[in-house]
Design a protein around this ligand. Structure first.
Ligand code: APR
Length: 390
């Protein structure tokens, strides 16, 4: 028997859950199929920095209670290098916007509870294996058996390696992709933040980053070779290298604690154009993966979920498909702006490879770029507008 839904959504990450909530708010019948268990999805620690548009999306659609209660206002970042440290208070620059720090686990937990409260259907431990964009049908595996589900509309929110993106017909879509040749060892430490601000450290050994998550847990990043084994980094080595790159001799010690999660993330970006085919639409990482250098992934996902949610609502409640037809056209310019800025951040944070014959020149240019950001108000406004905005 085929499960039917007006809107069938694959994936219960930030994109799928925000979309499901928006549609349920208008009484539209939805079914979400999710590969992981509820516990797994709610424990996944990934994004945490929500820009002004994301906070607006959540608040305006009645999804912002947790954010308002526990989210932390964040409006300053710092850069450290051989020339010292400077801070940018970006709420006083550009458009005057700030971040709210709210860990993804909390956001996803809130969104699942609210979605079920709104009468949404959600099935965990269901892996979609086949996708037919033309009929909006998917095949899935569940507890050793198989099944099918069909939606009047089908939305792929199953991330960058998901089944829906793969089902986009090769001849009709352009796939833009870039491997930036850089990787980060992404770390979660059970330790309070060491500094008040997000801190980007630029060093000949490679980039290091510090990002607050909560009073108990802090995110750090260390640039490593793309094929690095995370197990090569025991806690002592991590703290020693963070100390070197964060220049703790000059700026004071880090607040150390056990490292509870370590994984290597390759900095990759890709975009699928168009983001729709037949009855199927892609949103979030399924449509466009962005490198984490400017913390844009979840913010892009929420932007797309809102645009698509409103467009599907128009189509299903007012028989008006104009916004739906314009979905790719509306989202892609914003996605590319974010990709451009993220790429700019990559060139700011990472030095040339040791073997690069133009290494000295590249280092000097990067240093000048950093000086420009430190000294030029126009450059700072550009940074602030793009860093927080979509
Ligand atoms: N069948 C069912 N579910 C699937 C399948 C599949 N074949 N493949 C993946 N999924 C599920 C994953 O288990 C995951 O829960 O789809 C979900 C995708 O979620 P995310 O990867 O978080 O993607 P998205 O919702 O687009 O969020 C994008 O949020 O996590 C942050 O910054 C991160 O950029 C990312 C952003």
């Amino acid at each position: 028997m085929t499960d039917r839904a007006t809107v069938l959504i694959v994936g219960a990450g930030p994109a799928g859950l925000v979309l499901g909530n928006l549609l349920r708010d208008k009484g539209i019948d939805t079914l979400i199929l999710e590969r992981g268990s509820r516990a797994q999805v709610q424990a996944r620690a990934r994004a945490g920095f929500l820009g002004a548009n994301s906070a607006r999306v959540l608040t305006e659609h009645g999804l912002g209670a947790g954010l308002a209660r526990d989210g932390q206002f964040h409006d300053t970042c710092a850069f450290r290098s051989e020339d010292g440290q400077f801070e940018l208070k970006y709420s006083a620059l550009g458009r005057g916007e700030a971040h709210t720090v709210y860990p993804q686990q909390n956001l996803v937990t809130d969104l699942i509870a609210e979605y079920l409260d709104r009468g949404g259907r959600l099935r965990f431990d269901v892996t979609v294996t086949d996708v037919d964009p033309g009929t909006g049908t998917v095949g899935f595996r569940h507890q050793g058996g198989t099944g099918t589900a069909q939606g009047q509309f089908l939305v792929g929110c199953d991330g960058s390696n998901g089944a829906t993106r793969t089902a986009m017909p090769a001849a009709l879509v352009t796939r833009y992709a870039r491997d930036h040749g850089v990787a980060w060892l992404a770390l979660l430490a059970e330790a309070p933040p060491s500094m008040p601000a997000v801190t980007y450290a630029i060093h000949d050994n490679g980039f290091a980053g510090h990002m607050a998550r909560s009073a108990e847990v802090t995110r750090y990043y260390l640039q490593v070779p793309p094929d690095e084994d995370p197990e090569a980094w025991p806690d002592e080595r991590i703290w020693a290298e963070l100390g070197v790159r964060m220049r703790t001799e000059a700026f004071g010690p880090l607040r150390e604690g056990p490292v509870i999660d370590r994984r290597v993330v390759r900095l990759r970006s890709n975009v699928v154009d168009p983001m729709q085919h037949g009855r199927m639409f892609l949103a979030g990482d399924a449509a466009s993966l962005i490198s984490p250098s400017a913390a844009k992934g979840a913010n892009l996902a929420l932007m797309q979920a809102e645009v698509l949610g409103l467009a599907l609502t128009d189509a299903l409640t007012r028989d008006d498909e104009r916004a739906l037809h314009a979905y790719s056209r509306t989202c892609l310019p914003r996605i590319w702006r974010a990709q451009e800025f993220s790429h700019w951040m990559i060139t700011l944070l990472h030095g040339p490879d040791a073997g690069d014959p133009d290494r000295d020149f590249e280092r000097a240019v990067r240093r000048a770029r950093l000086h420009s950001l430190r000294d030029s108000r126009a450059h700072q406004d550009f940074f602030a507008e793009n860093y927080v905005g979509i």
